[in-house]
Design a binder for this molecule. Structure first.
Ligand code: FAD
Length: 319
């Protein structure tokens, strides 16, 4: 007989970990968290710079935590350690290196199909974030310089001349951190930043004023070319500059096809449909974290989603 879980969570980021902990603490019995990476929190591991400051009230959004996870300000490393501890203490069953491909509901039970196995569950929370599919520019990236054009910091080393593209907190935090070991230009197509938290806004202008990095505002990139193996970047003002590396930090997108494969419906604006309890049109199937916000998700928001969902499941006795 196949084991039927009370709760299967897809995605081992803050939303997924929060859901696992809340399920455990609030009394669900059989819980499994499935993660496609070789460890939890792939967005934090891949997109946060080492020693990055992690703000609880990210982008100035003050969030009161409603659940059982006591997340506070820290660094990339302290946050990952804290999540390790939560999973260990809660003795949460995990399936790493397992990418969920599809979910279907047979009667009251969900069948969850991964690249390596199949699982059955009464409830499913999808918390897969949006950074699996980072946004890309509309112009073509020449294949010969693909290794020098990145969407995270994996390939970045020190001593490089870098162009960071983007105007959000991620782009600014990357620029500030990288400028300690590299020559950095931050390019944002608008004349001024409008979405930064106070600390980042203050720091980026300070760094620019002290010439620790360079801001190139109000111009956009029009194309990239290969110049002797380096990246020639052409801008809308007619100038060009050669860089060792270009890094885009322009956000991510909702994985629409995947969600459709899981039975999630979309409204006329192509937004996933779910109610105030984060339950989709399929009873027992919930969305949490970055995929359940229009924009501006955060760790604390994802943790609160997790708590609200488990509270709702226990209230409706879908257990
Ligand atoms: C550079 C950067 C800096 C940030 N700084 C902060 C900050 O200081 N403070 C803050 O609160 N927030 C910050 N954020 C935002 C925060 O990281 C996100 O809001 C949060 O990670 C969202 O959590 P999540 O669980 O929804 O998704 P994610 O953290 O994206 O986790 C999703 C997980 O699901 C896995 N997954 C995806 N698809 C599948 C699949 N099909 N099957 C199985 N697993 C799958 C992924 O591998 C990943 O581990 C930052 C974001 C970025 C990019």
């Amino acid at each position: 007989m196949q084991q039927v879980y009370d709760m299967v969570i897809i995605g081992g980021g803050p939303g997924g970990i929060g859901a696992a902990v809340e399920s455990k603490v609030m009394g669900l019995d059989k819980i499994l968290m499935i993660e496609k990476g070789d460890n939890h929190s792939q967005t934090i591991r891949k997109f946060y710079k080492d020693n990055k400051r992690v703000d609880k009230d990210y982008k100035g959004q003050v969030i009161e935590l409603s659940g059982n996870v006591d997340f506070t300000d820290g660094t990339k490393e302290s946050t990952l350690n804290y999540f390790d501890e939560l999973l260990d203490t809660g003795k949460i069953d995990t399936a790493f290196n397992s990418e969920v491909e599809k979910i279907k509901k047979d009667g009251d039970i969900f069948q969850i199909i991964t690249t390596t196995a199949g699982y059955a569950s009464k409830n499913v929370i999808i918390a897969i974030g949006t950074m699996g599919k980072p946004n890309k520019p509309s112009y073509k990236i020449p294949p010969s310089i693909k290794d020098r054009v990145n969407f995270n910091l994996d390939k970045c080393s020190s001593g490089e001349k870098l162009l960071l593209v983007g105007g959000g907190n991620s782009a600014v935090e990357y620029a500030i951190e990288l400028s300690k070991t590299n020559t950095v230009t931050l390019n944002y197509r608008r004349d001024k930043f409008t979405r930064l938290n106070e600390i980042n806004e203050k720091m980026i202008y300070e760094y620019n004023g002290q010439e620790k990095l360079r801001l190139r505002m109000g111009v956009d990139v029009t194309s990239l070319e290969n110049e002797n193996g380096l990246v020639k970047v052409n801008f809308t003002d007619g100038y060009y500059t050669i860089y060792d590396r270009v890094i885009y930090a322009i956000g991510g997108t909702t994985p629409v096809d995947f969600l459709r494969n899981c039975g999630v419906t979309f409204d006329e604006n192509n937004k996933p449909e779910f109610d105030e309890n984060f339950e989709t049109k399929t009873k027992g199937l919930y969305l949490a974290g970055d995929i359940a916000v229009q924009s501006g998700g955060s760790i604390a928001i994802a943790l609160n989603h997790a708590h609200d969902i488990v509270t709702h499941i226990l209230k409706t006795k879908n257990k």
